[in-house]
Design a protein. Structure first.
Length: 303
């Protein structure tokens, strides 16, 4: 009967380790030394090849394999990684150089727009005041030519003309309202010079410029002279004239100058460029002058 074999083809009962007994290695096989070349046959640098400490294990007296004991520690002599210096990026200080100007670009744009506009408005206002002064001079000449003499200023009684805001003054609403109604029949208002005791007006009717006066409260309107109307003359509608404006402006201006209202000389009403109907009040002896709006509210001092 033949021998029986296991699943691996070995005969059952055969001692497979018999050939290993009785022969033990005399020493631990030494690793081959690394080549001295800069680069080993494996393609790695010598510095990266591990350097192992070698040891010889004594042979056992019984012929058994020697106990190699604790494994010898392997040491790796690796080079330190190289430091790569990254160049620093220079920071930009926007507070220096021309960069800080960028934040003012909106301001420059606004100034570039507003400054010419402001200059134009100032020129228009200043030109309007100069026009008013020229018109006042024309009215003053008409006054001098239209009557022989002016009444001597008095205290407001029957012996002399009224002053300032005294009773019967044309600067009050009660006296000015009916006087404006009498002027309305002679044309549109280009300019009114208003004193406490007299009105001198430039009125435009068609192509004719009329100089009309009212000598005191209750007096009729009188045409002193006429002349051709030259150019486009701005006019003030009678409906937009506030009869209380002269009284209001005179009191405010006198209070700012700290002088009595009796020191007022006259007021002027005319249409100023970009401002519309405006009143201007002048005080005697050059004490000062103020400009007001259509309702007599002070807008600025002009002298």
């Amino acid at each position: 009967m033949g021998a029986k074999h296991d699943a691996f083809g070995r005969e059952i009962g055969e001692d497979t380790l018999a050939g290993l007994r009785g022969a033990a290695p005399s020493s631990v096989e030494q690793p081959a030394s690394a080549p001295n070349a800069t680069t080993s046959a494996s393609g790695f640098d010598d510095d990266f090849i591990p350097k192992a400490a070698t040891a010889t294990a004594p042979a056992s007296s019984s012929g058994a394999p020697a106990d190699v004991g604790t494994p010898v520690a392997m040491t790796w002599d690796l080079p330190a990684p190289e430091r790569t210096e990254i160049p620093a990026v220079a920071s930009i200080d926007v507070s220096r150089g021309p960069w800080w100007l960028l934040r003012f670009i909106p301001v420059f744009i606004v100034l570039a727009i507003m400054v010419p506009v402001g200059i134009g408005v100032y020129s228009a206002v200043d030109g309007g005041v100069d026009t008013a002064r020229d018109a006042i001079d024309d009215v003053q000449r008409a006054i001098d030519e239209g009557r022989e003499s002016l009444p001597t200023p008095g205290g407001g009684d029957d012996d002399g003309p009224v002053l300032g805001l005294q009773r019967g003054s044309l600067l009050t609403k009660s006296a000015l309202s009916p006087a404006l109604g009498r002027l309305q029949a002679h044309g549109k208002v280009r300019l009114i010079r208003l004193a406490p005791d007299r009105i001198n007006a430039q009125l435009v009717r068609g192509d004719t410029l009329r100089h009309v006066s009212v000598a005191g409260a209750g007096a009729a309107a009188k045409v002193d002279s006429e002349s051709p109307a030259t150019g486009a003359l701005e006019t003030v509608p009678f409906a937009s004239i506030d009869p209380a404006a002269p009284y209001r402006l005179t009191r405010s201006a006198a209070g700012r100058l700290r002088v009595p209202t009796t020191r007022v000389d006259y007021l002027v009403l005319m249409d100023l460029p970009l401002q519309g109907p405006s009143w201007m009040v002048y005080f005697k002896d050059g004490k000062g002058a103020f400009q007001g709006d259509a309702h007599g509210r002070v807008t600025r001092r002009i002298s």
